[in-house]
Design a protein around this ligand. Structure first.
Ligand code: THU
Length: 166
């Protein structure tokens, strides 16, 4: 038996402090995007902003449905939009933030497992890591430099290929 340890790296910034300028601007866009959230059921407004390699920013927000499971997270709305409209452009970064109806969000919104898997696919497709900036309205901002730090051992295209018998 072997034990493999996996190290992940998460940068933490105090709100507004030291965050590199492009990431701060992208986070502002994500916060703006919470305004277009359609979330009458959870009353939890999530905004995401995707930065493409040519500098374009694509916003997304969570879109819910009376049939609950059909709703989609802000991250996937933004990433799928980016892929659908600019399939040839790499995704450089994504910022995420949230506002709740009844309380102030004081910890970063960390993407759900499904969105992490979608981010892994976007990275693999273009062979380019995605910076992920996560924030609430207050409290620390967390940043990782690729999905590997949020979703180690993800299911990949390779897993679908038949491997030569050893
Ligand atoms: N949600 C997101 O949009 N992104 C996340 O990272 C976490 C959760 C949405 C889904 C649902 O509309 C609401 O937040 C409550 O779960």
């Amino acid at each position: 038996m072997k034990v493999k340890n996996i190290r992940i790296r998460i940068e933490e910034y105090a709100q507004g402090e030291h965050l590199p300028e492009p990431d701060r601007l992208l986070l502002d866009e994500a916060r703006e995007a919470t305004r277009t959230s359609y979330s009458p059921y959870s009353e939890f407004r999530v905004g995401a902003a995707v930065l493409l390699e040519n500098g374009l920013v694509i916003r997304g927000s969570n879109q819910e449905n009376a049939s609950y499971p059909l709703g989609l997270c802000a991250e996937r709305v933004a990433l799928f939009h980016a892929n659908a409209v600019y399939p040839e452009l790499k995704v450089v970064a994504i910022a995420i933030s949230a506002e709740a109806q009844n309380f102030v969000t004081r910890s970063p919104v960390t993407p759900c497992g499904g969105c992490r898997q979608v981010m892994a696919e976007v990275e693999n497709r273009r062979d380019a890591p995605i910076r992920i900036i996560m924030s609430g309205q207050e409290g620390v901002i967390q940043l990782v430099h690729g999905i590997e730090d949020l979703l180690p051992l993800s299911f990949r295209e390779d897993n679908l290929k038949k491997k030569r018998e050893e």
